[in-house]
Write a protein of this length. Structure first.
Length: 320
């Protein structure tokens, strides 16, 4: 009820009469998670705390209970904004919080990063703490032992990784089991209609091992909305303007050809391009899909696509 009251004060219509998202198990963590999660990369970067507050409340209003952030997002600003909102709105018991440590993954660095994240998030413990990406410069054993220590000390409830290959994840699991350390229970890969490498080896490994999958970028950082063209023109303020590094992932002919097909299907089906792209992703075997948002409208769009998955799906048959 408090979400509705605050949203109405902000001039945003509540969705409380809609059917809330149904929670489901996240791998073998024992946690129940909403099928959509709120990616907080925009907090403190593209939107300020006031707008982030409305976005977060809209997500809660829809039944979303996972917020994902990282120390890497605007040098910790995302964690700071999220932590402020959790405390100001009294949300700790209603949210699962995931954050990540990135680069130079020595024992001391991981410990210092976790403690800094706890301060910015204003939490006593982090629900999900992930290695943001594989660090070839630090022995994997050292990083894994440090992550195990955080769990044993109660600073972290569950650990995992992001952007690991199947080979890297398999190696980590083997080392953890051999040493008797806490094993990875969650992985966060990029996954969308034009970034599908996880399907070949990573997803099968996760399903065999009971690893929870929390994928990100179902709209390919906005590429699958159809607003980018081969001429390379980048709309000001768009994700590819704010984060130019995304261009190397998606600005290639195969990806543009997929968007062309989506545009044709959009006209045939009478549905927005982004809705089709989201429905494609939401039909895949993933526990939770992270959705980045700069306004409540982006939350609504994702929730509506989730609730409509499996209906009028014929146009997507050409994307197996």
């Amino acid at each position: 009820m408090f979400c509705r009251q605050i949203l109405e004060k902000c001039g945003v219509v509540s969705r409380m009469n809609a059917v809330p998202l149904k929670l489901r198990p996240l791998g073998r963590t024992g946690l129940l998670v909403s099928p959509l999660g709120l990616g907080c990369v925009t907090f403190g970067r593209e939107i300020d705390e006031s707008t982030a507050r409305i976005v977060l409340l809209r997500a809660l209003d829809a039944g979303i209970n996972l917020c994902d952030t990282s120390e890497a997002y605007t040098e910790g600003a995302s964690e700071t904004v999220l932590g402020n909102l959790i405390v100001k709105l009294g949300l700790r018991e209603r949210l699962l919080v995931c954050t990540k440590v990135r680069d130079n993954l020595t024992r001391d660095r991981i410990r210092q990063a976790a403690e800094a994240s706890l301060r910015r998030l204003r939490l006593d413990s982090i629900d999900l703490y992930l290695i943001h990406r594989f660090d070839p410069g630090t022995p994997l054993e050292e990083s894994l032992e440090a992550m195990d220590g955080l769990v044993r000390e109660g600073k972290v409830r569950h650990i995992g990784c992001s952007n690991f290959s199947a080979e890297q994840l398999g190696r980590a699991l083997a080392l953890q089991r051999s040493a008797g350390w806490q094993t990875f229970e969650v992985i966060q890969p990029v996954y969308n209609l034009v970034a599908r490498t996880a399907e070949a080896d990573l997803f099968p490994l996760c399903h065999r091992e009971g690893i929870g999958i929390v994928s990100y970028s179902p709209l390919a950082a906005g590429f699958l909305t159809g607003k980018y063209n081969r001429d390379g023109a980048i709309p000001r303020g768009s994700r590819f303007d704010v984060k130019p590094g995304h261009q190397r992932l998606y600005f290639h002919e195969d990806a543009f050809a997929a968007v062309d097909r989506l545009r044709r299907l959009s006209r045939t089906a009478g549905l927005p391009v982004e809705t089709l792209a989201l429905r494609w992703a939401f039909a895949r075997p993933v526990d939770c899909f992270l959705v980045g948002a700069r306004s409540p409208r982006h939350i609504d769009q994702a929730v509506e696509a989730w609730q409509a998955r499996g209906t009028r799906a014929e146009p997507l048959a050409e994307f197996p």
